[in-house]
Write a protein that binds this ligand. Sequence first.
Ligand code: APR
Length: 229
Amino acid sequence: MIKKKIVVFTGAGISAESGLQTFRGSDGLWEGHRVEDVATPEAWQRDPESVQRFYNMRRIACRRAQPNAGHLALVELEKYADVYIITQNIDDLHERAGSKNILHLHGEIMKAQSSRDSNLVYQLQKDELSMEDKCKMGSILRPHVVWFGEAVPNMLIASEIVKDADILLVVGTSLQVYPAANLLYETSKDCKIELIDPNAHQMRINSNVILHSGTASEILPKWVEIYAE
Ligand code: APR
């Protein structure tokens, strides 16, 4: 039997049950921190130490977190479909769960990049980046994340992946950040779109999207079980 192509577009919600904070909402990261202070090129120019501290804390949280039943269900899904994960998350929980095809749109917290040349990327062996950590050209290393106001280099690849998907499964994202959220409009007309989120029914979304209200770890294992039947 020919396997279908399933693209899974994930956001912070899929890692919430692993103990990692989402961004928006009452106890989200952007409630406790101003985006302009920690996640923009201007913040880095003004106060790089604070930016490093913010991402150092997040790196430590990420290292302590473990993949949950939602991440693991997506690994199981690979038995039945060609699965491509496009994630907005900078954590490495899809990798640690064992998923094969993963594209990060907003970077990866466990990597650093040169502040002079963003193509110089290094896997980090420690949790804390300091201003003494330099790239091979002698420039300070910054977190390998896409900040607000920066281009999203993997967006073109993501658009290519999505355009011939049979199913697009959207999990745990408020769809408020662009260009990432545009992916929903880049599918073919035959693509079935399904969305899993505790707030699914409150989200303003096209009526042709199938909504599943609930958490990733509740819904995804059941979704995969039904798909496999
Ligand atoms: N399971 C599934 N979804 C959940 C869960 C859960 N257990 N808990 C919360 N959610 C949902 C919320 O209802 C919300 O719709 O996850 C979504 C999280 O939304 P955001 O906090 O806005 O996160 P995200 O959409 O990933 O943010 C996009 O914004 O700040 C930037 O670069 C950052 O990649 C991030 C981007």
